[in-house]
Structures are given as C-alpha cells and as structure tokens.
Design a protein around this ligand. Structure first.
Ligand code: SF4
Ligand code: FES
Length: 258
C-alpha cells in the first residue's frame, strides 16, 4: 500500500560550472508518494522549477534501473544514499519520512570535477579502461560455448566483477579518492578468464599505472565496498595488487632498461 510523504525539504548543491563557487539551495516538496523513485522526485522538483521560470537542477541519469552507472548522487553524505546495494536511481521515497531534510550533493573527488550542479566528469574511468580493459586477440565467429572450459568458481568470480557499472561511488566514498575497487573489478573481470590470460600482466600494469595518474592511493578503509551498488568485493583489489606485482617481473620492463 502506498503512502504519501506530506512534505520533505531538499538541500541541494548548485554550481554553475567547474570553476564557479557552489552553494546549497533549499526546496520543499509537498505530497510526494513513497512509491516515487528518488530521481522521479527530482523530476517533479525540476518541473516545478521550470514552471516558475527557474533553471532545472542538472543531474546524471540514463537507464534508471541500476545497470548503466550514470546516476551519481551523494545523499545525506552516503554515495547512492542509505540503502545498501542500491544505485541512486533504484532508491525510493519509502526510504524517507515526512519532514526529513535530505542533503543531495555530487560525487566529491578531485578526479571527478563538477560539470554542473550534481553532474561530474568521470572521464578518468574511461582512461583506465582504454589502457587495457579489453581483449585484442581476434576472436572470429562465436565459438561453441563448451570449447574453452571455464571452472564454475572462476566464471562466477569473473561475472561478479563484471557487475561493476562504473558509477564512481567507490571513489566518492573513499577518503583518499582511490579507484582501486573499480580498477580491480575491471581487471578481475578479464584476468580471471582463460581468454584474458595472454594480456593479463600487460593489462594489469597499464591499468594500474593509469589509475595512479588520476586517483589517490588505497589504504584499505573498505568504504568503497560498503558504498558499491553492485556489492563488488574488496577481494578484487587483492587480485589486482598481486597481478600488478607479478607484472613487474612478467613484463620485463626493468630488464629492457639495463
Ligand atoms: S566498483 Fe562498485 S562503486 Fe565502484 S564503479 Fe564499480 S559499481 Fe560503482
Ligand atoms: S541511471 Fe543507470 S544505474 Fe542509475
């Protein structure tokens, strides 16, 4: 049975551009159904703003079903809000009570500069994937599914890592602004499978080096795992560190320097 929240107050970050100063703006929304999604609630607010001649609040969104990784809201100081394993777009107003004051901010990380209001630029994630998040071996036509046997635990671990949607909540939640959970997930996805072996160490070194150019260092706080809407295990960071260390021997770059 649906209920209606009599009113909520939103404290929302507004910022005209990357170099402009930002500030919080307060808005009150009356009579909102608890079946509305969080983003639908923002849509309603934007309609009200546009009708009254004001500028709509800019926020990122696309699929609105937890698969694209576009939504990126810091809600009451938590990346993606209070519900565990849930992207901002999957959050509903039933998680809040009438009279609540909800603070909404963009991701706060120097690697993700604010584009406008609640939208940030997550291009450094693209740089990491460009550095090695692919398999270059020609694959030809689709082979029979049983041609390359993959042990079930390996397939499961790779698929779990592949669930990463690239949202950036791990970076936003990390006190160091580190991207180790994201990079670890992308590496584990490919490096655990037989098809990913030929470029395993080249990939590990290139992606970690690119990550280090943009993001802070991991000190094992674990905030990333807690904030991740796909509940990616922090174990992927251990796999990444192990592959990165091995890459220093396997890639033999130090030999070529002597
Ligand atoms: S690891 Fe989780 S929090 Fe980080 S980008 Fe992937 S899905 Fe988002
Ligand atoms: S809008 Fe696609 S994951 Fe939230």
């Amino acid at each position: 049975m649906s209920n209606t929240l009599t009113y909520i107050t939103l404290k929302i970050w507004r910022q005209a551009g990357p170099d402009s100063p930002g500030q919080f703006e307060h808005h009150v929304i009356d009579e909102i159904s608890d079946e509305a999604s969080f983003l639908e609630m923002l849509d309603i607010l934007n309609e009200q703003l546009i009708e009254s001649g004001q500028e709509a609040i800019v926020f990122d969104h696309d699929c609105r079903e937890g698969i694209c990784g576009t939504c990126s809201l810091m809600i009451d100081g938590q990346a993606h809000g209070p519900q565990k394993g849930t992207a901002s777009c999957q959050l509903h107003m039933r998680s809040f009570r009438s009279g609540d004051v909800i603070t909404i901010e963009p991701w706060r990380a120097s690697a993700f500069p604010i584009v406008k209001d609640l939208m940030v630029d997550r291009a450094p994630f693209d740089r990491i994937v460009e550095a090695g998040g692919y398999i270059t071996a020609p694959t030809g036509g689709a082979p029979d599914a049983n041609l390359i046997p993959v042990p079930k635990p390996v397939a499961d671990a790779s698929m779990d890592a592949a669930a990463c949607i690239g949202c950036g909540a791990c970076v936003a939640a990390c006190p160091n602004g580190a991207a180790n959970l994201f990079t670890g997930a992308k590496l584990a996805h490919l490096n655990l499978l037989p098809q990913g072996q030929s470029e395993r160490y080249k990939r590990a070194e290139a992606m970690v080096d690119t990550m280090d150019e943009h993001f802070g260092s991991c000190t094992n706080h674990g905030e990333c795992e807690a904030a991740c809407p796909k509940e990616i295990s922090i174990d992927v960071i251990a796999v990444m560190n192990s592959d990165y260390l091995a890459s220093k021997f396997k890639n033999r770059k130090s030999l070529s320097r002597t």
